[in-house]
Structure formats: C-alpha cells, structure tokens
Design a protein around this ligand. Structure first.
Ligand code: NAD
Ligand code: FES
Length: 282
C-alpha cells in the first residue's frame, strides 16, 4: 500500500504547523490555487488543505494547517518520517494566472499559506504585485519573508497592533484602492468573514475579487454535494468548480451557514477524545 512520508515539519505558531510531504505524483501536477485531501488513518476524517507550496524536483508538497479539531490535532502530532495514509490531489481548478497588470494578493491568518504560491505565480507572470497579510497578533503572522520575496510591496496588519498597521487587512486594501493606482485584480484568502468583507470593500471600485472557498468537503470529486455553494445564483461544487470564485458573486450567507453546520459535532468530538475516549468517528 502506498503511504506518504512527512519529510519536514516546522511549528510556525503554537497551533500552526507546516509539513512537507513526499508525494511526487501530486507535486508533478500541482498548480497554485489547488488543494489536497489528507487522511491519517483508516476510518479517519478527510481533511481538505490548500497547497501552500510544491517542489517538483524533490517531489514534495507543503501543507500548513491550524489545529482546530481532533483530526488536525492528530495530524499536528505526527513527526518527520511518520506517514500519511492518503494524500489525494491535486484537486480543484488552478488559479487563473495571467498578466493582468497591478494585482493585490491578500492573506489573512492561515490564509497566508495558500496565497503564497498564487502571489509567486502572479509575479512570475509579470504582474506588479502588492501583497497584504494580516494576523491577530505578531506571533501568528506567518511567511512574512516569503511573501516579501514574491511581491513588489508588502503591507502588514495585526488586529492588536503588535506589528504593522493596527487593524484588519481590509483597512490596508482601502488604503491601496484610495491611492488611485489602478488595481486590475485582487485575490483574498482567509477566514470566510474576512473574504466576505474584502469583497464588500472592493465592490464599489469594481475590482474583480477572487476568493478561495473552503466549505466542508467529503469526497473532493463532485459526487457527494457536501461542498455546495451558490455563486451568481447557480449551484457550484467548490471541489471541482473552485475552490476559487468571484467574491462579488458568492452567496456569503449560505456559505457561512453551511460552514457552521458541523461546528458543534467537531467540538463534541474534540472534547470526547480529550477526555480519553477512543475513536468515535464511525
Ligand atoms: P483570524 O481570525 O486570525 O483572521 C486572520 C485575519 O483576517 C485577521 O488578522 C484580519 O486581518 C482578517 N479578518 C478577520 N476577521 C475579519 C473581519 N471581520 N473583517 C475583515 N478582516 C478580517 O484567522 P485564522 O484563525 O488564521 O483563520 C482561520 C480560518 O481561515 C479558518 O476558518 C480556516 O478555515 C480559514 N482558511 C481558509 C482557507 C481557504 O482556502 N479559504 C485557507 C486557510 C484557512
Ligand atoms: Fe463532495 Fe465536493 S466534496 S462534491
């Protein structure tokens, strides 16, 4: 049976981990904007994770994840030389990387990880790139140097003001839009509320705004319907029609309602395992 060894691991912040996984077939085909589905053990939950980086020569994929529930905590406990049972991908459509002119790439919190390869690809395509990254506090700000390298200008915000601008990434987007220089396209990845608010900020300026939706996913192949979203009045499946969509067309109320659907189950599963329970995933 094929397994996927972890070849590098870094703790970026107390609950934020980076892992480089050997998966040559995935690395050969991966493009910015795509994702993988990871499974640690038989009967285990399938975790969709946007690709944070890929190295075709070494045959590796980098994932960055936040330990938010039982399964992501289990993943975070794995070490170099441990193996993942499944590493399916690359899934989803790649980002539409073209020469647009001046583009703005926005990453909030863990969303900085998936915006990184997109920013790099847009710079390589000849765009002038302004990057904006934000986190709750300085300790949670990831990939600052990497983002600086793949952009022409980097702006930073922290909610508590411990580093850079005090406030949300949306403040810095407004600042860039008000400078008067044309923005030809904007990408934003982060928590859903952030992406929703980014889309509201750019709407009056008519700047095309691409967001990456991360609804609940099961099979990742368009069969189960778990990742259903509504975009421009049409039903779409984020796993095959996305994950990137026009933020001005997304039905955010529906997307946020569906994302919250399993929050209580997730909380109960985590509490069950923390209290010493066995595997309740069936
Ligand atoms: P967070 O709550 O720390 O927020 C990160 C940044 O987003 C903040 O610093 C702020 O600049 C901005 N932000 C937050 N709330 C905002 C608001 N109301 N208005 C404007 N801007 C706001 O984020 P986190 O804890 O790192 O993020 C976790 C979430 O991100 C999870 O829900 C995860 O699923 C999601 N995520 C999504 C993707 C994706 O592909 N869409 C990838 C990684 C993570
Ligand atoms: Fe099943 Fe998208 S995850 S249809």
């Amino acid at each position: 049976m094929k397994v996927y060894p972890i070849v590098a691991k870094r703790v970026l912040a107390p609950t934020l981990k980076l892992m480089e996984v050997e998966a040559p077939e995935v690395a050969r085909k991966a493009e910015a904007g795509q994702f993988v589905i990871v499974r640690i053990a038989e009967n285990g939950e399938r975790i969709p994770l946007t690709i944070a980086d890929f190295d075709r020569q070494r045959g590796t994929i980098t994932i960055i994840f936040q330990e938010v529930g039982y399964t992501t905590q289990q993943l975070g406990n794995l070490e170099v030389n441990d193996h993942l049972l499944d590493f399916t991908g690359p899934l989803g459509l790649p980002s539409e990387v073209e020469h647009y002119g001046h583009v703005v790439c926005v990453g909030g919190g863990v969303g900085i990880a998936p915006i990184y390869p997109i920013t790099r690809a847009l710079k390589e395509a000849g765009n002038e790139v302004t990057a904006i990254i934000g986190a709750r506090t300085k300790e949670l700000l990831i990939l600052e140097e990497e983002m600086r390298r793949v952009s022409h200008r980097l702006l930073v915000a922290t909610d508590d003001g411990s580093y850079g601008h005090k406030g949300f990434v949306t403040d810095l987007i407004k600042q860039v839009l008000e400078e008067g220089k044309q923005v030809d396209r904007l990408w934003a990845i982060g928590p859903m509320i952030m992406m929703r608010n980014v889309a509201e900020v750019t709407r009056p300026y008519a700047v095309k705004t691409i967001v990456s939706l991360n609804p609940i996913m099961v099979d990742g192949t368009g069969m189960c319907g778990a990742c259903r979203v509504a975009v421009g009045g049409e039903t779409k499946f984020a796993c095959v029609d996305g994950p990137e969509f026009d933020g001005h067309q997304v039905d955010w109320d529906l997307a946020m309602r569906r994302l919250a659907m399993y929050r209580e189950e997730e909380r109960r599963a985590l509490a069950f395992h923390q209290s010493g329970g066995g595997c309740a995933c069936r």
